[in-house]
Design a protein around this ligand. Structure first.
Ligand code: DAH
Length: 347
């Protein structure tokens, strides 16, 4: 093959490639062109390279030199087009331009959830009254949630319909045929009384705040998860008078002003006597929880001698306290995760 025919083919290909690359307007199209011209299998450059073998041997060095030049030029043209995309040639024009005269976007500042604020506030007040904070697990066994709290097997509070029992996994070991211990989401923070008395030396004065779970249909005053503040004071000669004083001091501090406390006789298996606790607030009596003197059976279950020790316990609803203070009327609003609502209570 004559040298000029070979060089012609090379040049035609280069021109064609440059023309197509000039008008290419997408990364996909560019890739197609790359394959078409320098593709390793059937690229145009490859076909011309094959023709090199047909060039007369004396012309081959010149042909090879020209071939290399064209190959480099072709690669440069491809690189140039690729760069247009990378530096945003086409892409850039698709982006919105910035208008520096517009006001800026304010960064959103988070707020502490009203329930968390309340929990912190309660701990702070009770801390000043000498109560230290303890915690217990939210998944409980029947011993801590019922048995040790003097709630017998046939007590309605243990009804599966009133508790979130867990579907406990059966043991994988066939030689172990004992039934797995029942577990449930704790239905009250009184469980922590037992855990504390099992593990801490006397005397003790603790509160425990946390979530409890009951299968209640949600409405303005019920939710299947809510919080309680449990209190327990065990010492020599603890009396009901001290219980009332603590609850009154607490309420005065939390609700503000001089808050009256009313005890109404009631029944709880773990206290004797037991009372419902009402606060006179904003012109009405409002029930906030239950309380009483620790039942001797409860002391017995944790090996504390009721002849030597006495104690009081109370359990208050945290949502109620929070809602009263913040003027919230529907408990469900607390758990809808609607930041427009929650942001109002940013402190
Ligand atoms: N655990 C009770 C409940 O969930 C509240 C309660 C009542 C707690 C009396 C106490 C108590 O510690 O003494 O309704």
């Amino acid at each position: 093959m004559a040298l000029d025919r070979f060089v012609n083919s090379l040049e035609t290909m280069l021109e064609e490639a440059r023309a197509s690359l000039q008008s290419v307007n997408s990364a996909d199209a560019l890739e197609q062109l790359r394959v078409k011209f320098v593709g390793a299998k059937n690229g145009a450059l490859k076909s011309v390279q094959k023709m090199l073998a047909e060039v007369a041997p004396e012309d081959r060095p010149a042909a090879g030199k020209r071939f290399n030049e064209v190959r480099e030029a072709l690669q440069a043209a491809l690189d140039g087009a690729a760069e247009r995309f990378a530096s945003g040639g086409a892409a850039k024009s698709a982006q919105p331009t910035i208008d520096p005269t517009l006001p800026g976007l304010r960064p959103r500042v988070g707020a502490i959830h009203p329930i968390t604020q309340t929990l912190e506030h309660l701990k702070e007040i009770m801390g000043r009254l000498g109560f230290s904070v303890t915690e217990g697990p939210e998944i409980e066994d029947e011993w801590h949630n019922f048995v040790a709290l003097n709630i017998p097997d046939d007590h309605p509070a243990r009804d599966p319909l009133d508790n979130f029992y867990l579907a406990t996994a059966k043991s994988a070991d066939p030689s172990c045929n004992s039934a797995p211990a029942a577990r449930l989401m704790r239905s009250q923070t009184s469980t922590v009384q037992i855990r504390v008395m099992e593990s801490q030396p006397l005397p003790l004065r603790i509160i425990s705040l946390g979530r409890v779970y009951r299968p209640d249909a949600p409405d303005a005053t019920h939710f299947p998860m809510f919080h309680q503040m449990e209190g327990l004071w065990v010492d020599r000669n603890v009396t009901m008078t001290q219980l009332k004083s603590v609850l009154r001091l607490f309420a005065t501090s939390y609700l503000g002003g001089d808050v009256n406390v009313r005890f109404r006789p009631s029944f709880f298996p773990f206290t004797e006597p037991s009372v419902e606790v009402d606060y006179w607030w904003n012109g009405q009596w409002i029930e906030f929880g239950g309380a009483g003197m620790v039942d001797p059976n409860v002391f017995a279950s944790v090996n504390i001698d009721p002849e030597k020790w006495s104690g009081f316990a109370f359990g208050l609803g945290v949502e109620r306290l929070c809602m009263r203070r913040f003027g919230i009327t529907d408990i469900r609003d607390l758990y809808r995760s609607d930041v427009r609502f929650l942001r109002q209570f940013a402190s």
